[in-house]
Write a protein that binds this ligand. Structure first.
Ligand code: 13P
Length: 253
């Protein structure tokens, strides 16, 4: 079975002390993960070492960055490179979150560069895609997401693609409490997988985890994750509450 992943995205929330307490509470639950299951914590940069420390003794638990810069190194004050993340032991980096696309103007082409930097440094990109509400209402979400995949991912070869995780996050479902229905999630995930199959191969497409993000909660995770093409979730709000995220980890296939 391909990897099933519960990924927490803390975004710009929690003090260090609150984050440490949250990690303690989740780790204390000692949820045993099977070989194909993973729990990943995308925490703010200053908390990465703490998250690495807390997950170090846990099998299949890992820390993730929420972003990195597209250049290798140099005079880019305030930025963090993929190589720096690798040098402290980070294995994952969320890229192209809709909040970064909206507030920091990250384009599909810049994201392709960030993905390249991550792959060069042995970091698995968690590449986010997803359509805004007007696109969903117009019914053109497939071509919108298709263009995101094409411009950011399809310049990479099959071997590189197999090192990635994709997260489908419909923007209208993020932080709104309005979750995509299981039919909407499954339909888009199947479309993404079909696109991967078209550009690469059946083997590559079947191997890549595609996570759903957008108001995933303890109460709906199991149903969403039960969709055949939904391989877990990228979770914002509910990942900030230990008992909720614990339930979400337990809901993995
Ligand atoms: P919510 O779970 O708060 O809707 O956020 C989803 C998200 O953006 C995860 O990256």
């Amino acid at each position: 079975m391909r990897n099933q992943i519960a990924a927490a995205n803390w975004k710009m929330n929690l003090t260090y002390q609150e984050g440490e307490q949250l990690m303690n509470d989740i780790v204390k639950a000692s949820i045993h993960l099977k070989g194909h299951q993973k729990a990943i914590f995308a925490v703010p940069f200053p908390y990465l070492m703490m998250a690495i420390g807390k997950t170090a003794s846990m099998v299949n638990y890992a820390a993730s960055a929420q972003n990195c810069y597209e250049k290798k190194s140099g005079a880019y004050t305030g930025e963090v490179s993929a190589e720096m993340l690798h040098s402290i032991g980070i294995k994952y980096c969320v890229l192209g979150h809709s909040e970064r696309r909206a507030y920091f103007n990250e384009s599909n082409l810049v994201l392709a560069e960030k993905i390249a930097r991550c792959l060069e440094s042995g970091i698995t990109p968690i590449f986010c895609c997803g359509e805004p509400l007007d696109i969903r209402e117009a019914g053109t979400q497939n071509s919108y997401v298709g263009a995101q995949l094409k411009e950011s991912l399809f310049g990479f070869n099959a071997q590189q693609l197999q090192k990635m995780v994709i997260a489908y996050e419909p923007i209208w479902a993020i932080g709104t409490g309005k979750t995509a229905t299981t039919e909407q999630a499954q339909e888009m995930h199947a479309y993404i997988r079909a696109e991967l199959e078209k550009h690469y191969s059946h083997a590559v497409a079947s191997d890549i985890p595609i996570l759903y993000g957008g108001s995933v909660k303890a109460g709906n995770a199991k149903e969403l994750f039960s969709c055949p093409d939904v391989d877990g979730g990228l979770v914002g709000g509910a990942s900030l509450v230990a008992k909720d995220f614990i339930e979400i980890i337990k809901a993995l296939k």
